[in-house]
Design a protein around this ligand. Structure first.
Ligand SMILES: [Zn+2]
Ligand SMILES: [Zn+2]
Ligand SMILES: [Zn+2]
Length: 267
């Protein structure tokens, strides 16, 4: 499995418009963060988690030429605003784009992108096919995906586990039973906003404590604010198996396909 970090910034991105802090003025390319999203190449599929406002730029930058589906974590705008730009994939692939999300997220997408769900659509609007999901693992063309519920203040958000890789963004609490789904990972991606406490995101300290508890072989921090500090300086403080993600970072994760019939009969 190949994981590409398309964006690793918090909702405003880094640099922040009009900000003169050291991070926003940094010339290090790792201090330039588009809104958080990852591209996954797994079992012959090309998937993205979330379509934030930078989706178009991210697809061009990562040279993604084919997309099989979008998995949504939650309905916040920094994770959904770029959905209109799936149109080139509709045109090129000649089919609807499958979207996987919780029912309340689908309802929100239907409100915000009402024209794409209208009975009589204007020509050229996005062609979308929604697949409501909940806590139950599901398959996309043979790839097993395990949703993991995390809390973003009071809002339930989905993380996703595929094989021994998991992606958790926009969380500041994970219930014990959901944490059990995050054991034995090769790679955990986890949000860490900044050092100072925040109402709906893990701080750096909280993220490191959770990584210590879950013991993944490697961990990457994402959804980073300019308030966290310079990439180079923050990373120098971290344990060797924990890195700050940055835009464009690619990570390989061993993946063994699980067969649909086997996993159903073993339940
Ligand atoms: Zn967010
Ligand atoms: Zn700044
Ligand atoms: Zn959010």
């Amino acid at each position: 499995m190949k994981v590409t970090f398309l964006g690793t910034g918090t909702s405003q991105g880094v640099p922040v418009i009009g900000c003169d802090c050291a991070v926003c003025r940094s010339l290090d390319f790792r201090d330039k963060r588009l809104r958080s999203s990852v591209h996954l190449q797994v079992g012959g599929l090309s998937l993205v988690i979330d379509t934030g406002p930078d989706f178009r730029q991210q697809m061009l930058r990562a040279n993604v030429r084919h997309l099989d589906a979008v998995l949504f974590t939650h309905e916040h705008k920094d994770h959904t605003a770029g959905l209109d730009d799936v149109r080139p994939f509709n045109f090129k692939q000649g089919k609807d784009m499958p979207l996987y999300a919780r029912p309340h997220v689908i309802e929100q997408l239907k409100r915000e992108f009402a024209y794409a769900f209208a009975e009589h659509k204007y020509p050229g609007v996005p062609q979308l096919k929604v697949h409501p999901i909940d806590h139950v693992p599901f398959f996309i063309e043979g790839v097993r995906i395990i949703p993991v519920e995390v809390m973003h203040y009071k809002l339930p958000v989905l993380g996703y586990r595929i094989g021994n890789f998991a992606y958790i963004t926009d969380a500041n609490y994970i219930a014990p039973e959901e944490k059990e789904k995050l054991r034995g990972l090769d790679v955990l991606v986890l949000n860490a906003l900044r050092r100072k406490e925040h109402i709906s995101h893990f701080t750096l300290e909280e993220a490191l404590a959770l990584i210590e508890e879950l013991q993944p072989r490697r961990a990457y921090l994402t959804h980073i604010s300019h308030q966290l500090g310079l990439h180079r300086e923050v990373e120098a403080e971290l344990p060797g198996h924990v890195r700050l993600a940055y835009d464009g970072l690619c990570v390989s994760v061993a993946y063994e396909p699980e067969h649909e019939e086997e996993s159903q009969s073993s339940q």
